[in-house]
Structure formats: C-alpha cells, structure tokens
Design a protein. Structure first.
Length: 226
C-alpha cells in the first residue's frame, strides 16, 4: 500500500474513531444533563409543595390570631370571677398554643427544603395589618401581588378563574381579595381610600363584568365562589 493510500486509510479510521468518541461523549453529557434537569425539577417541585403547605399553615395561624383578638376583646368586657371569663381564658390558651404549633410546622417545612423558599412578603402579616389599621396600611404593588397570589392559591384559584372567565381588572381582583377575607365595607373603603360612591361604582362595574343581576349580593357571591 503506497503512502497516499495509507494516509487516506489512517484519516478514515481517525474520523470514525472521532465520530464514535463524539457520539459517546455527547450521550454521556446528555444523560448527565437529563439527570441534572430531573433533580432540578424534583427540587423545584418539593419547594412548590412546601410553599403551598406553608401558605396553608400561615392561613391557619392567621385564623387563630383572629380568634385570639376576639377573645381578648371579650375578656375586657367580662368580670374575672365569672365562669364565662374562665372559659374564654381556656380558649385563649388553646389558640395561643395552636399559633405556636403552626409556627413550628412552618419552620420545619422551610428547613426541609433543599433550597431557600423565598417568600418576598408575609401575606398573612399584611392581612393582620390591614385588619388592625386599614386606614394607614398602604400596600405597595409587590405587596398586593403577594397578597393576591396567596389568596388565589388558598381559595382554589378563584381569582385566576374570574380573570379567565370575566376579565376582571387588577383593582377588581383587590376588591375580590378583601371580600374573600371578610373585610367589611367600611374597611374596604379605608384600604382603597375610597368614598362610598367610588366603592359602589367599582363594585357595580365588577358586578356587570361578572354578569350578576341587581338582586345578587356581590360580597356574598364572592365569599361563596368556589
């Protein structure tokens, strides 16, 4: 075999070896990338599930704090020697214990994640602030976004459904959010810094968008929705 033929044969073999090596290397890289992608997906899914669980326990904590506030108000109007006072003290101790239990579960869920679960704003702290002082608690746009997201998550994605079905606006989402959390009309006005007429007009537009008749109570409709 002459030299040109040998060189051609050598190059031919080299190309085949390089091609096979490249294919094997590409397969190994592909497998590793697929495994890495799957691990990343599992971590994200774990974080998502933990975040949902955290939101639910935060909602429970929020409800317990509401009960505590009501009990403390009752205690101020009761005589310390009365049986009812003693019952309220026992109830108060129960709900305070439930708050502590919820906080411990939330802490464990957060620690269980392989990555940090980022909650930009505690939506339930915002709710408590709004309940206690709706006049001076001015939520920023990101805070409203977190509150709307949490509310939608906890109430079966009702805001998402209303947006898809009826095309409600951002402000109408905020109205629905307050209604869902049982804010009375005067507190709704205070949160939005609205007059009675302004809130009435906003709710009328919302009723029209939802195709509700005049006899339907908007607040009752939203509270019972889903």
């Amino acid at each position: 075999m002459d030299n040109p033929s040998s060189l051609t044969f050598f190059l031919f073999c080299f190309c085949w070896v390089a091609l096979i090596a490249g294919a094997v290397l590409g397969y190994i890289i592909g497998v590793r990338m697929a495994r890495s992608k799957e691990r990343h997906r599992l971590v994200k899914e774990k974080i998502r599930k933990n975040k949902v669980a955290i939101y639910h326990y935060q909602k429970e904590k929020y409800d317990y704090i509401g009960q505590i506030n009501r009990l403390e108000e009752d205690l101020r109007n009761l005589a310390e020697e009365s049986e009812l006072y003693k019952e309220r003290i026992a109830d108060l101790d129960y709900y305070q214990r439930k708050v502590r239990e919820s906080e411990q579960i939330i802490k464990r869920l957060s620690a269980a994640s392989e990555e940090t679960i980022e909650l930009p704003t505690d939506a339930f702290s915002l709710l408590i602030q709004l309940k206690q002082d709706p006049v001076r608690t001015n939520l920023t746009k990101p805070e409203w976004s977190e509150l709307l997201y949490t509310t939608d998550l906890l109430f079966n994605n009702f805001l998402t459904e209303l947006k898809q079905k009826s095309g409600i606006t951002r402000h109408e989402e905020e109205i629905c959010c307050l209604i869902k959390w049982n804010f009375p009309r005067k507190d709704q006005m205070a949160v939005f810094n609205n007059t009675t007429d302004a809130l009435t007009k906003s709710k009328s537009r919302l009723k029209k968008r939802l195709q509700l008749d005049d006899k339907t109570d908007l607040d009752q409709f939203i509270r019972l929705y889903r």
